[in-house]
Write a protein that binds this ligand. Structure first.
Ligand code: NCD
Length: 325
């Protein structure tokens, strides 16, 4: 079954039905027009949810979630999205209860699961896991996080949130703050934001800055301004501040992690001084970097952002599975 041509990784083609049968591995595989289509569909799904519509778009379809790393929002919102569309969900949240604990390879797992499900959502600690999965799957594969690589569906949720909050998705000054080295949500989002013509301010201590090669790649692809700083004050003039947690599990030296865990903290004091009146975003979970004292301020949109996981993933699942028997 492997090698079904319908599960190829996308390149630029016509728009209608473009996502049908495609894998969703890297945000770089999509054009602005493709992303806009996905965000429009997400908005339609949000309105449908608000109207409590009973949808059967994916009736008789099954999604498998194979999670080899911890997750709350990603896995549960994918499962909720599938069920909201009338489909079913199977999978594991803890790889130690799957046959990978007996030594089964990802390739074999994915081959088998392709005969149980119509689409596979995978989170894995290894960079390169997605390529192995795509090679061995005969159904579309969605990357739900590959080590420090990418997290493209989170980037779509992040873009959707900005579009809902700011009523536009370009020409904004956006600060990405904190662990820009290890944060996979950052790695997808930075490309997507630059694609839409936003200016990026990368705020991090030297040890956690975005890899130089990535910064150069973003600048040469999209010709946007990318500046670097280690001062949180720079974020105050921006319209959007995106601050994920410092990624503890990627550190080999735990003391180093503790040195950076509270390096930047967005709190009431920061917001009171911030000229740009920025919205504060995070993929969550938060640890120390967002003070609880701002949770009820209008700037804090991270819980709303998490709630958009369902409509955006409804759009993703329905557009990929559209037209597939
Ligand atoms: C993120 C992840 O797993 O990369 N979580 C998520 O999907 N919302 C961010 C994180 O763990 O910090």
């Amino acid at each position: 079954m492997a090698g079904n041509p319908d599960t190829r990784t996308p390149s630029n083609e016509g728009r209608a039905g473009w996502f049908s049968g495609k894998n969703l591995i890297s945000i770089k595989d999509f054009s602005k027009a493709h992303i806009e289509d996905m965000l429009d569909k997400s908005e339609a799904m949000l309105h449908s949810l608000e109207r409590h519509e009973r949808r059967l778009d994916l009736q008789s379809k099954i999604m498998a979630t194979l999670f080899f790393e911890p997750s709350t929002r990603t896995r549960l919102s994918f499962e909720s999205a599938m069920q909201r569309l009338g489909g079913g969900a199977i999978g594991f949240a803890d790889a130690s209860t799957s046959s990978s604990a007996k030594g089964e390879t990802l390739a074999d797992t994915v081959k088998i699961v392709s005969s149980y499900a119509d689409i596979i959502v995978i989170r894995h600690p290894k960079a390169g896991a997605m390529a192995e999965a795509v090679e061995n799957a005969s159904v579309p594969v969605i990357n739900a996080g590959d080590g420090i690589g990418e997290h493209p569906t989170q980037a779509l949720i992040d873009l959707f949130t900005i579009r809902m909050e700011k009523k536009r998705l370009g020409g904004l000054d956006i600060a990405l703050v904190g662990d820009l080295k290890n944060g996979r949500t950052i790695h997808s989002l930075a490309y997507a934001l630059a694609m839409f013509g936003n200016n990026l301010t990368l705020i991090a201590p030297d040890a956690l800055q975005m890899p130089e090669g990535m910064v150069e790649d973003i600048k040469s692809r999209y010709h946007v301004e990318v500046s670097r700083s280690d001062s949180l004050d720079e974020a105050g003039r921006c319209e959007v501040v995106y601050i994920p947690r410092v990624q503890k599990e990627r550190f080999t030296d735990i003391d180093e992690y503790h040195r950076f865990a509270k390096y930047y903290v967005v709190n009431r004091d920061f917001l009171e001084k911030a000229d740009g009146d920025p919205i504060i975003m995070s993929p969550l979970p938060r640890t120390e970097e967002i003070s609880r004292d701002i949770d009820n301020m209008k700037n804090s949109v991270y819980f709303k952002q998490a709630s958009y996981g369902v409509p955006v993933r409804m759009a993703i699942l329905s557009m990929i599975l559209e037209g597939i028997k």
